[in-house]
Design a protein around this ligand. Structure first.
Ligand SMILES: Nc1ncnc2c1ncn2[C@@H]1O[C@H](COP(=O)(O)OP(=O)(O)O)[C@@H](O)[C@H]1O
Ligand SMILES: [Mg+2]
Length: 409
């Protein structure tokens, strides 16, 4: 094992010295710095790039919880171990939510501290490698599948489902999966995947070169086995993206990915329609409430007039909450059978979103993960599951079709 660099953050000098003495017992551990408050911790972390920060909770200027949160966001490679005293349970929970990897309650022995540090570093290293894992190399054995997740209502769970579906596809098929955020003004894919993108679809659109593999790859961020093309960092940049650009991007990505998952804004506009047009499957996400059913039914009717119906799968999110609308009511309202249903689990979904770890990774045994797995064979070419293959002939572009339809009226 290589040397482990540790930063000690505690406002009491004596405590820092005691910890330093414990750590000196292990030749592999090197204390690279000490900090007396949260701000100093961030500064020292930037300067010394430690593997581990031992973090006290109660510190002046910026407390350990806030500092943990900032470290998790800005230095995701650093593992935080929170050190506290008995009776701080509430803080501990907050610290873990802020991204701390482990906590220790005083008093502890040198052995306990050292073995915890080593274990955390090892797990963190594995996690980091998994996150950076270059994208799968297996050659696609089938035509690339483009899957768009849509809802006519915001907050339906599109992004949550798109992210988890993409990660599960990568895990299950071991093929290359791309995830494109077409919620151009307020895209959340990057946050949910814990990415801080500098190069987004907005910058890509300003390239004059051809959208070939090399160029597209330079805009993709690898996370959890998935290649992410992020939405613009500012809402006003959304207008740089047009329908033709979307077509080129999706076609380009499908050239070297087996699956391209697309997240959308809740608007039936040129961008969304371009994605629909390129897609093999469209997941329409509804929640069991009247506005969602009404708006999505309208969207579904419009999709029908555009002959998109064969691609559509109806996905019910937050089902079974006892809100007075049952699955049968949803099917009756939508005049369509539900293809996959996701129960309501705010605790798992919110924790996973706040930690930037998709729930299929955070809780592989949860009912929500199981629902993702029932959805997979419906949109993927999995070996053992014969997939319903909509034999619809390839259609002309959306605009041409719309023109043809208008001509018929
Ligand atoms: N199955 C679920 N159970 C509980 N909460 C959920 C579920 N799916 C989504 N949510 C919550 O709904 C909110 C909106 O989800 P999001 O994926 O951002 O929706 P959209 O992309 O459609 O706007 C999030 O705060 C998320 O925590
Ligand atoms: Mg969203």
């Amino acid at each position: 094992m290589r040397e482990i660099k540790v930063l000690i953050a505690d406002d009491i000098k004596q405590t820092r010295e005691n910890i330093r003495m414990l750590l000196e017992l292990d030749p592999l551990i090197q204390v690279v710095g000490e900090a007396a408050d949260g701000e100093q911790t961030l500064e020292m972390a930037r300067m010394t790039s430690p593997d581990v920060v031992l973090m006290d909770i109660n510190m002046p200027v910026m407390d350990g919880i806030k500092a943990t949160e900032m470290l998790t966001i800005h230095f995701p490679r650093i593992a935080v171990i929170v050190i506290s005293v008995q009776g701080e349970q509430e803080y501990l929970k907050k610290a873990m939510m802020a991204g701390a990897r482990e906590y220790m309650i005083k008093p502890f022995t040198a052995d306990e501290l050292i073995s915890t540090i080593k274990r955390v570093v090892e797990i963190n290293q594995k996690r980091w490698e998994a996150q950076q894992a270059p994208l799968q190399t297996a050659a696609p054995s089938h035509k690339p599948q483009i899957i768009t997740v849509f809802s006519a209502k915001g907050g339906a769970g599109r992004t949550t489902l798109a992210v988890n579906l993409a990660v599960a596809l990568a895990q299950q098929t071991e093929e290359r999966v791309a995830l494109v955020d077409l919620d151009l003004q307020f895209g959340d894919v990057a946050v949910m995947m814990n990415i801080h993108p500098k190069r987004t679809i907005a910058e890509l659109m300003q390239e004059n070169e051809e959208f070939d593999r090399d160029l597209l790859e330079s805009y993709l961020y690898g996370r959890n086995g998935v290649n992410v093309l992020a939405a613009p960092n500012k809402p006003e940049l959304a207008e740089l993206v047009n329908e033709e650009g979307v077509n080129k991007i999706l076609r380009g990505l499908a050239g070297f990915h087996s699956y391209v998952v697309v997240d959308t804004a809740c608007a039936f506009n040129d961008i969304t329609l371009a994605a629909f047009d390129q897609s093999d499957s469209i997941l329409m996400v509804v929640t069991p409430d009247l506005p969602s059913l009404k708006d999505n039914k309208r969207a579904l009717d419009l999709a029908r007039t555009l002959s998109l119906q064969p691609k559509i799968k109806l996905v019910l999110n937050r089902s079974g909450g006892g809100y007075g609308i049952e699955d049968e009511d949803v099917e009756r309202a939508m005049e369509m059978r539900i293809d996959a249903s996701f129960s309501s689990d705010s605790r798992l979904v919110m924790t996973s979103i706040n930690r930037g770890i998709p729930f299929v990774i955070m809780d592989p045994g949860s009912p929500l993960t199981r629902s993702i797995h029932t959805l997979l064979p419906q949109v993927a070419r999995l070996e053992r599951n014969t997939v319903k293959n909509s034999a619809a002939p390839k259609k002309a572009g959306f605009l041409r079709r719309r023109r043809e339809q208008l001509a018929l009226q």
